[in-house]
Design a protein around this ligand. Structure first.
Ligand code: SF4
Length: 63
């Protein structure tokens, strides 16, 4: 599994951080997403996909 984020799309809603704070954080200055794990363990697969589906900006891709 690989997670990608597009910070140019991110609107800083924070949904991803609420969904899995082990995978995502937010920039302290502008609130944009900070990806903490590009290749997380399989145990995070469900929440990674959930974060991608919940992101209002479509900024998260899980492949
Ligand atoms: S849920 Fe999407 S728009 Fe919101 S902070 Fe995360 S990546 Fe950015």
């Amino acid at each position: 599994m690989k997670i990608s984020v597009d910070q140019s799309k991110c609107c800083g809603s924070g949904m991803c951080v609420l969904t899995d704070p082990d995978l995502f954080d937010q920039n302290e200055e502008d609130g944009t997403v900070v990806l903490l794990q590009e290749h997380p363990d399989a145990e995070h697969e469900a929440t990674a996909k959930e974060a991608a589906s919940l992101c209002p900006a479509g900024a998260i891709t899980v492949s």
